[in-house]
Design a binder for this molecule. Sequence first.
Ligand code: CMP
Length: 145
Amino acid sequence: KLERTLGFIKPDTVDKMGDIISAIYDRGLLISKLRLCKLEHNDAFNFYQEHSGKSFMNSLMNYVTSGPIIAMELVGENAIQRWRELIGPTDPSKARSEASSSLRARFGKDVTHNSVHGSDSPASAAREIEFFFPSCNKQTFSNCV
Ligand code: CMP
């Protein structure tokens, strides 16, 4: 089924945007929306609210607010699962132990500084797309995906 998902390139990996866009297109996904933006602390807290109270929440907040990020809406068959396969496991050292070369294997530093994000379910994809692209979703161009 045709799905949409939300990915973002985290601040320390924005300079790898070209490699990441190539990997997305090689995987047969399309970038339907893209923006560069800077998350403030309260934005990041809202985005990651399901992790509030976890031990890594503070370091995660510091990381994703440390500079601009690139948010992308991706479209394709089974886009949610395929984007998660392309980014690889949360922990880059685990990603590097796997046979296929995922984005976190290539660009991640450690379990917090793991270079990219991907929605983990249809419900979180819908919420996270609305988070980054609210006004665009409310537009009613007939040719919008
Ligand atoms: P992401 O997929 O964006 O979603 C939650 C983020 O929290 C995750 O990537 C990592 O950046 C971070 N994270 C998840 N699990 C841990 C962990 N065990 N220790 C430290 N950071 C984590």
